[in-house]
Design a protein around this ligand. Structure first.
Ligand code: HAM
Length: 412
């Protein structure tokens, strides 16, 4: 009874880890003034066919619903965001800075770092064409990874500009219908044997390899690097024209985040997509936009591979799981009094657990320890007082039950 290939069950430990990742993502995005939104899991198939590009369209989970509509599970969030913006942009002051944590679905060959579902943090800025926005977004991408304890020697953002390549394609007279295919080939060139890329590029191979080897420079990229330097973040970034991005809608600055050791797949990726909103709205709305997404799968693998990051995760997840108080019911005739007090404790904000069925006292203490309780409260012969026991020091004190809440607050 396993989940489908490439899908995950989230047992409590995995769910706690996921919550840890989401909490950090939310905290960093909010620190940059981004606000959260969400959209539907299912969209019209056409939304992706229009502009995401062939690769992602091949990976769609698509079907015809009972109303004969061709629909697809979202493989990414950007088309949904663009659709929402077209319908609602008038109600918002620009630029919009929005984030979302969708689960997305791609029918890929499951392998390390790659599943058929994953969660992504998406951060996008809509309605701003200044280069400052590109730098702000890249700084956010850096801080999102830094939040997990990673440093400049752990990861790097490789920044490029699609215009390097589109300019070349113009100069070489390549017709725009072929651009996407050529850009995809350049995007894949790093992961593919040279002769294969050469064969695919044909006459373009010479100039493309020359640019890849020489590297590129532009006023735009210099400005972004200068901006990151002013923030003290330039050690986390480098200009690299080899970054093109696989998705079709990018138009300008693009970037991807990688671990320095090259052990993992891309941690994050994004860029400018100034035409997407106009294309989806048949030119009725035109707004520049840029954004990135980072996934939970690669990040999780990186955390488990890094001592510092893992220690931080474990201490946070551990303290999150622990309860505060375990109520030990030593005498069954005290059960009603116990649940009355337990209710009051929970109302006061304590995390409290107790045996749902009669159990021997040593077993109850065992349960208290396993649940990480700091305090045990014994309901037994001493009633109407209870014995309050610190599970760390072993110290014990008799407290009248009506003074329990005040006593606990004073000893917190
Ligand atoms: P993407 O590069 O396709 O971009 O995905 C972003 C990140 O999601 C990747 O860097 C990777 O960490 C993770 N990811 C992608 N596919 C998988 C998979 N099959 N399994 C696990 N993790 C995966 C986008 O999706 C763009 N929509 C990002 C964007 C937002 N651009 C502008 N705004």
């Amino acid at each position: 009874m396993q989940p489908l290939t490439g899908f995950r069950d989230f047992l409590p430990a995995a769910c706690a880890e996921r919550n840890y990742i989401f909490a950090k993502w939310r905290a960093v995005a909010r620190r940059y003034g981004f606000v959260e939104y969400d959209g539907p899991l299912l969209e019209e198939l056409d939304l992706y066919k229009k502009k995401s590009g062939d690769e992602i369209v091949r990976q769609l989970y698509e079907f015809v619903d009972k109303g004969e509509r061709a629909v697809a599970l979202r493989p990414e969030m950007t088309p949904t965001l663009a659709r929402i913006i077209v319908a609602n942009h008038r109600n918002f002051r620009k630029p919009l800075k929005w984030f979302s944590i969708p689960q997305v679905f791609r029918y890929e060959r499951p392998q390390r770092g790659r599943l058929r579902e994953h969660f992504q943090l998406n951060c996008d800025i809509v309605g701003e064409s200044s280069i400052e926005a590109d730098a702000e977004l890249i700084a956010l991408a850096i801080d999102v990874v830094r939040a997990f304890g990673f440093r400049a020697n752990d990861f790097v953002v490789r920044i490029s500009d699609r215009e390097f390549w589109t300019e070349l394609l113009k100069v070489e007279g390549v017709s725009p219908e072929r651009w996407e295919e050529v850009l995809q080939t350049i995007d894949k060139s790093e992961r593919e044997p040279r002769p294969k890329t050469r064969e695919r590029l044909g006459g373009l191979a010479g100039p493309v390899f020359e640019i890849l080897e020489k590297g590129g420079e532009s006023a735009k990229l210099n400005a972004i690097m200068g901006n990151l330097r002013a923030r003290g973040l330039s050690d986390f970034a480098t200009v690299d024209v080899g970054i093109v991005r696989g998705l079709a809608y990018y138009t300008g600055v693009v970037f991807e985040v990688f671990d320095r050791a090259g052990k993992f797949r891309a941690i994050a990726g994004g860029g400018r997509y100034d035409q997407l909103i106009a294309q989806l709205s048949n030119d009725s709305v035109s707004l520049p936009a840029l954004g990135f997404a980072t996934g939970d799968v690669v990040l999780g693998e990186m955390i488990h591979d890094n001592v510092v990051a893992l220690r931080e995760l474990e201490s946070s997840v551990g303290s999150d799981r622990n309860i505060d108080i375990y109520a030990v019911i030593a005498k069954e005739e005290r059960r009603t009094s116990a649940i009355c007090l337990i209710q009051q404790l929970r109302d006061s904000g304590y995390r409290v657990d107790y045996p749902l069925a009669p159990a021997k006292v040593p077993r109850q203490f065992q349960a208290a320890e396993q649940l990480g309780a700091r305090t045990a409260i014994l309901f037994g012969d001493e009633w109407p007082s209870v014995a309050v026991k610190s599970l760390a020091s072993g110290g014990q004190q008799l407290v009248p039950h009506e003074e329990l809440i005040t006593h606990l607050a004073a000893n917190r």
